[in-house]
Design a protein around this ligand. Sequence first.
Ligand SMILES: NC(=O)c1ccc[n+]([C@@H]2O[C@H](COP(=O)([O-])OP(=O)(O)OC[C@H]3O[C@@H](n4cnc5c(N)ncnc54)[C@H](O)[C@@H]3O)[C@@H](O)[C@H]2O)c1
Length: 596
Amino acid sequence: MARDFSTVGVVGLGTMGAGIVEVFARNGIDVVAVEISEPALERGRATLAGSTDRAVAKGKLAAADRDALHERVHFAVGLDALHSVDLVIEAVPEHLDLKQRIFAELDRVCRPETILATNTSSLSVTEISVATSRPNQVIGIHFFNPAPVMKLVEVVRTVVTSPEVVADVEALCARLGKVDVTINDRAGFIANALLFGYLNHAVGMFESHYATREDIDAAMKLGCGLPMGPLALMDLIGLDTAYEILDTMYRRGGRDRRHAPVPLLKQMVTAGLLGRKSGRGFYTYERPGSPKVVPDETTPLATDTALADGSRAITKVGIVGSGTMATGIIEVFAKAGYEVVSVTRGVEKSAAVCEAVKTSLNKGVVRGKLAEDDRDAALGRITWSATLDHLADVDLVVEAVIEELSVKKALFASLDEICKPGVVLATTTSSLPVIDVAMATQRPADVVGLHFFNPAPVMPLVEVVRTIRTSPETTATARAVCAALGKTGVVCGDRSGFIVNALLFPYLNDAVKMLEASYSTADDIDHAMKLGCGYPMGPFELLDVVGLDVSLAIQRELYLELREPGFAPAPLLEHLVTAGYLGRKTRRGFRDHSHR
Ligand SMILES: NC(=O)c1ccc[n+]([C@@H]2O[C@H](COP(=O)([O-])OP(=O)(O)OC[C@H]3O[C@@H](n4cnc5c(N)ncnc54)[C@H](O)[C@@H]3O)[C@@H](O)[C@H]2O)c1
């Protein structure tokens, strides 16, 4: 018969512990909530009250239920209060010696049948368990932040955890309305093993001034649909906790350099900049514990001061190319009111692109998103041409031809001859160095990358890539154009993968390596990222949509440019591509799509 958990204990009422208390009490379970001192207990009590008050204010919890919830929680200082609970979840700071001491003490205080669980993110549950005389009753119950919101729980069994304990904890998770994935004891389990390399990489980008905090976060939110950017997430996790998790993962997980905490993290922790909980981390918050970001000295000024930054006025835009991206970009500019000159390699190609743009605009009309007049006006703003000479008087050229350096260089050399001085020359390349293209002209200061996402009319993000020769005016102009298109332009350096692909694809590749190592299944890994981190798609779903061949090519580029051993493409990814399993487009990738 399944165990009845009527009273549970929670040790440590910080970021996670206070949320875990709320999860249990909301589900009708009595909680003994324990801290190390009176002031810490008060903080925990205030966090719980703040969270439940917010839930009431948002209409997600009735006031009477909140009061009942609080009545179920008994607060105490010291572990002795846990003598008669059925389960304890420990959520103290991520230090092995501290956790071992607490488990030894819990072993002494608690009844022999009590299950002892840790919420550790990266430490070995096995090492924690051997500090007790009951390692078979020790288990990992890893909640996600914020615990009341995130659906996922990783249940971590060690080689000695008894199967009954695992089954009882799984049943408890279901009772709490959570979805669990049960896995073995490995550094970072599923979600953090895939998440923290990415977070650390984003901190590295920020540290090296590759892009601003706002731009890094906006890129991942708008480019990948993530609920938060990586730096805002680091602030939520807590930089001290994040540092410890990275450090442990580095030491336990094969000394992968990508987990070696970026030095800036240690400096911020030492300086007391711990993220939301201390009121300041990568961002500044209204007060400690508040989710509200307030402006500080690095907040960019609102960009309504048109042209004050030296950006040039753009009215006429040339777009070169006849593929998917060019077609979408023509539509975007024409809809935004720019005069557009489309240049393709021939009259038939121009006719085809024209047809495609018309079809897409018509769809907008049918869906009620575009008025017929606006469609006609947009089409009226486009001139169709098959010769570059028609670009002599444009203010901006956007190149979206085939992804081959020789072709792009030849094109930019021609543009250099044809275009008037002061024109901004932009390439949409997603993988070639923009500086190579820029140096094909005599005016590299005017060359910039404008990396649109597919489909261009829909995706809200554009990466503005500045090379070491791009002038500030050119960058400012490119950014202003993005804003005029109704898109967010994020500025970054000229490195493989820019921001989004550089942060996204190594994570996808890591997921493939995890699958290859048989640590978990594609379904559970997808679940973990969706329910634990709020990602719109799991890594294997996304790989099948993007295409395994495309993903492999991007990953190879990153590996070749950065020489990071951890970026080496997963052999399984290479094999699937070789076998012709490219994802949805071939009806088979990581999953079989032939029946869908
Ligand atoms: N922050 C996250 O996003 C997150 C997510 C999942 C799991 N975790 C894990 O949860 C655990 C707690 O992390 P956190 O971020 O909540 O840390 P935190 O620093 O916010 O809170 C830790 C709390 O433990 C208390 N504490 C310290 N020593 C104690 C003792 N001897 N007895 C009782 N209480 C004690 C502290 O006073 C503090 O309130 C860590 O193992 C962490 O890896 C964190």
